[in-house]
Design a protein around this ligand. Structure first.
Ligand code: PRT
Ligand code: ZN
Length: 288
């Protein structure tokens, strides 16, 4: 039996679908295995281990999986020297770990939390934050429903993940500090299984390509030579554009550029105002 690379992803939850999606966009064709735990990639020697997100750092740190896709918040809580190496942020699952207090709490900075009780599912990250701010407070560790702790008089404040802020608002809480900014990340084991180095390399290259191409656009236009510097300044997140002559036109050129950031209508209007014409914005399917 030939060795197979293992990638640990969340089985179900907020990261599950996008994790599968990124691997599919990277050209890996997934088929369900004999059990729910395992998906196989049919066109490469790779298996996906579908587990709880909290278990992913340990699976990768212990080398049970070679790679993992997991929220930076979970990695930070796993913490310490054992935490697997983060290779790249993946651009989804964005959220922030925030300290929040009930409306009406007179908050004047972290020192306002001294001697108070704070409920969280992230005791290690929170205790690091408190230490950095030289605040001594009690941490109450809860698995879930952290946002109700103040109302139940279990805690004076909470430290929890926030994305839209609706949960805080519904519970009469106000965010006062950002402890950690998080998104899904690709992590790697200290060493990959023997004989799988080239497969591992291609996983990393392809995922890098997918992530880079996600927000990127290919922009083409014609423009007078004289305004090239201004056009380069307007193009969002572009390297030096490719400039080619236009047949029969001495004064004008064609400009092609890969823009790493979103290209908005406002950008097109500014390009037009600068003198560009025939502006086209195209999606990029693959990039390496
Ligand atoms: O079963 P398993 O253990 O795998 O899943 P889980 O229930 O532990 O995690 P899941 O699926 O809820 O979240 C997985 C990851 O998604 C988290 O570890 C984060 O990295 C990321 N993520 C992004 C979030 C949120 N946004 C988020 N809003 N995780 C949780 N929330 C919760 C938050 O805890 C709070 O209860 O949503 C609520 C707040 O949301 P808003 O929109 O009201 O602010
Ligand atoms: Zn979890």
């Amino acid at each position: 039996m030939t060795a197979r690379l293992r990638i640990a992803i969340q089985k179900s939850g907020r990261l599950a679908e996008r994790s599968l999606g990124i691997l599919e966009s990277a050209g890996f064709r997934l088929v369900k295995g004999a059990n729910e735990l395992l998906y196989r990639v049919e066109n490469a020697p790779i298996d996906l281990l579908r587990i709880r997100d909290d278990d992913i750092p340990a699976f990768v740190a212990d080398g049970v999986a070679d790679f993992g896709i997991v929220g930076r918040n979970v990695l930070a809580e796993f913490g310490g020297a054992r935490a697997p190496e983060e290779l790249m942020a993946l651009g989804f699952g964005r959220c922030e770990l925030k300290l929040a207090v009930p409306e009406g709490f007179a908050y004047g900075g972290p020192s306002s939390l001294a001697g108070r009780r704070i409920a969280t599912s992230y005791p290690r990250v929170l205790s690091r934050f408190l230490k950095e701010n030289a605040v001594e407070a009690d941490i109450v560790t809860l698995r879930g429903a952290v946002e109700v702790a103040p109302r139940l008089k279990m805690a004076h404040a909470i430290c929890d993940l926030v994305s839209t802020g609706a949960t805080l608002e519904a519970n009469g809480l106000v965010a006062v500090e950002t402890v950690l900014r998080s998104e899904a990340a690709l992590v790697r084991a200290p060493s990959v299984h023997a004989g799988l180095d080239s497969v591992a390399e291609s996983v990393v290259q392809r995922i890098r390509g997918v992530v880079a191409s996600l927000g990127a656009k290919y922009v083409m236009m014609n423009a007078p030579r004289a305004v090239l510097p201004e056009i380069s300044r307007i193009l969002p997140g572009a390297d030096a554009p490719t400039v080619t002559p236009l047949a029969g036109r001495e004064d004008a050129v064609a400009v092609h550029a890969v823009c790493q950031e979103s290209v908005f209508w406002e950008t097109l209007e500014r390009l037009k105002a600068a003198g560009a014409s025939s502006i086209l914005v195209l999606p990029i399917e693959k990039m390496m």
